[in-house]
Ligand binder design. Structure first.
Ligand code: SF4
Length: 214
């Protein structure tokens, strides 16, 4: 079993309910989307082919109880679910960042799935697999990256239509850096009494000029 890997690194978790915690990351290569605001285009290309046992050895070297599997889109790789299960069996808390196009039932339910719902501003919203919303566990999280008011309205209406505004999981509204003013988003959330969490990309605040491995 092997995986195509863009990078393995240790950093601060930047965009989930676990934001702020030290975290070991593995970024798998390849993505089936091309979001307009993508900040990880370097993950599109094929990475280094690594055996799962070598990936685990590198991750374990960080001695960190929290591990995130991200991309690109990690679930494009057939062996990604096996990596996640092996890490869970070793006692790690495992987060998966997925772009919402793949079936999350592929992944061990002990894993915390952070599922993106792409909004129109991404240019990729038509590729969302909305069935995933029926397979979430209470520990999972749903994330909307928002570029403007139209994206906000899209996300708000989806939450109202699907869950009458009371989602069974944590919902993150994340303003795209440089495109949507967080203060405007905060105002909209408060005005509409939205039951969501405003999420800033913490790693971009800490390391504004870095664009890899943070
Ligand atoms: S899903 Fe993520 S990695 Fe893929 S294009 Fe969109 S932002 Fe980039």
């Amino acid at each position: 079993m092997s995986l195509s890997v863009t990078e393995i690194f240790y950093s601060i978790q930047g965009e989930s309910l676990y934001a702020g915690l030290p975290c070991a990351f593995i970024r798998l290569s390849g993505c089936n989307l091309r979001c307009r605001y993508c900040d990880t285009t370097y993950a599109y290309d094929a990475g280094s082919q690594m055996a799962i046992k070598d990936v685990i050895r590198e991750l374990e070297a960080f001695q960190c109880p929290l591990i995130e599997v991200t991309g690109g889109e990690p679930l494009l790789q057939a062996d990604a679910p096996a990596l996640i299960t092996k890490l869970l069996n070793r006692g790690y808390k495992v987060l998966l960042e997925t772009n919402g196009t793949m079936d999350i039932r592929l992944v061990d339910a002990r894993c915390i799935r952070i599922v993106d719902i792409k909004c129109p501003g991404s240019g990729e919203s038509k590729k969302t697999n909305f069935s995933n919303l029926d397979y979430l566990t209470p520990a999972d999280q749903v994330k909307f990256v928002l570029t403007d008011r139209a994206d906000y309205d899209y996300a708000k209406n989806l939450l109202l239509d699907k869950w009458q505004g009371t989602p069974p999981v944590s919902v993150l509204f994340s303003p795209t850096s440089g495109m949507l003013d967080p203060a405007s988003l905060a105002q909209w959330i408060l005005a509409d009494r939205m039951n969501v969490r405003l999420q800033l990309q913490l790693h971009k605040i800490i390391w504004p000029t870095e664009n890899r491995g943070v």
